[in-house]
Write a protein that binds this ligand. Structure first.
Ligand code: FA5
Length: 341
């Protein structure tokens, strides 16, 4: 009987060592120690049939083996659990010394940067920055600017109409001259940056949507020399301290006299190149002295007040500044282009 017990013990110990996971351990437990069919349980249960002199010895040995096997099982369970934990930790290992993945940094669009820089230059000269609506009425975009319904000057700017004859996408920032003067009394000094829209074919220097900055100064003694001085100050700050400003006689219904504004070509510094079509000058906008009729339209007395206005194209300025020869790049949203600024 004792031999039988010993054989059982040896087999149990060997089986236990071969059990590699929780399921195997549970099966092992049922096989040897299970209350129903466990091999050792069966022996303990059969003790009553063992002859009296042997019963005590066999009983003691069987119980000792039971305690030993239970202890071995517990030890095996915790050893397995520790192994599983170690494996899990190994699988989830992370290298905390690796450098992190950098998030790409955003930045301001070159047009936004240019607008901010220009407005900052004018702010130093006392100009407020204000904004106005992109959807305009015929009155502000044309009529109040001295362009009645049948005026040929309307053809200068092909219009995207929303309600024909009434509502449109503004073709210029000039309607803000009227909006500002309606809301304030002189003296006035303001710049108005924003998008404008024209129904025209696009090419390397023309877009259907682009940006302008309107400037307006109204006071009692303002002259074209003040206009020229402000634009020179602007050109020196934005382009080059050696930049020159040139006025070319022009026509706008809302200014009299009117002038196109040219600045020295920044690419060739006036020597002549492809950008300036070998003239040494690049046009950046229109300007002039505010027309007396426009002053009357906002109830300013032209006998007392006078002033100048200008409207400059932001894309053309940014193109010169950054050496860009294709205006459509600004609105294509290509990160290879935008991330260079
Ligand atoms: C005007 O829009 C006038 N409102 C300017 C003005 C304001 C005159 C105040 C007098 C007093 P013009 O249509 O020339 O003028 O446009 C002004 C500037 O906008 C141009 O010199 C050019 O730099 C830019 N521009 C005009 N059309 C386009 C276009 N399709 N794409 C890109 N820039 C343009």
């Amino acid at each position: 009987m004792l031999d039988q017990l010993e054989a059982l013990r040896q087999k149990a110990v060997a089986d236990l060592e071969a059990s590699g996971d929780t399921a195997a351990l549970n099966a092992w437990n049922a096989t040897y120690l299970g209350r129903q069919d466990g091999a050792l349980t069966a022996i303990l249960r059969g003790l009553k049939d063992v002859p009296g002199d042997q019963r005590k010895i066999v009983g003691q040995r069987a119980n000792a083996i039971k305690v030993e096997l239970e202890e071995l099982l517990a030890a095996r369970r915790s050893a397995l659990a520790a192994g599983e934990l170690a494996r899990a930790l190994q699988a989830e290992r992370i290298d905390v010394t690796l450098p992190g993945r950098a998030e790409p940094r955003g930045g301001l669009h070159p047009i936004t940067q240019t607008i901010r820089d220009i407005c900052a230059v004018f702010a130093e000269m006392g100009f407020h920055t204000v904004e106005g609506p992109e959807v305009e009425t015929d009155y502000y975009n044309f009529q109040a600017l001295n362009i009645p319904a049948d005026h040929p000057a309307r053809d200068m700017q092909d219009t995207f109409w929303i309600v024909p004859g009434q509502l449109l996408l503004r073709t210029q920032t000039s309607p803000n001259q009227i909006r500002i003067m309606e809301q304030t009394r002189p003296p006035v000094r303001a710049v108005v940056p924003g998008k404008v829209y024209r129904n025209e074919a696009t090419d390397a220097t023309h877009e259907a949507m682009f940006h302008q900055i309107e400037g307006l100064l109204i006071d009692k003694t303002t002259t074209m020399r003040d206009l020229r001085g402000c634009l020179e100050r602007f050109a020196h700050a934005i382009f080059d301290p050696a930049s020159k400003v040139r006025f070319r006689p022009s026509y706008f219904p809302f200014t009299e006299p009117s002038a196109e504004v040219d600045v020295t070509c920044i690419v060739c510094r006036g020597a002549g190149c492809r950008v300036c079509k070998y003239s040494g000058w690049v046009e950046i906008g229109g300007s002039g002295m505010v027309h007396p009729q426009v002053l009357r339209n906002v109830n300013y007395d032209p006998a007392v007040y006078r002033g100048f206005a200008f409207g400059i194209g932001v894309e053309r300025i940014a193109m010169m500044r950054y050496g860009i020869n294709e205006i459509r790049l600004f609105s294509q949203n290509d990160l290879r282009f935008l991330s260079q600024f």
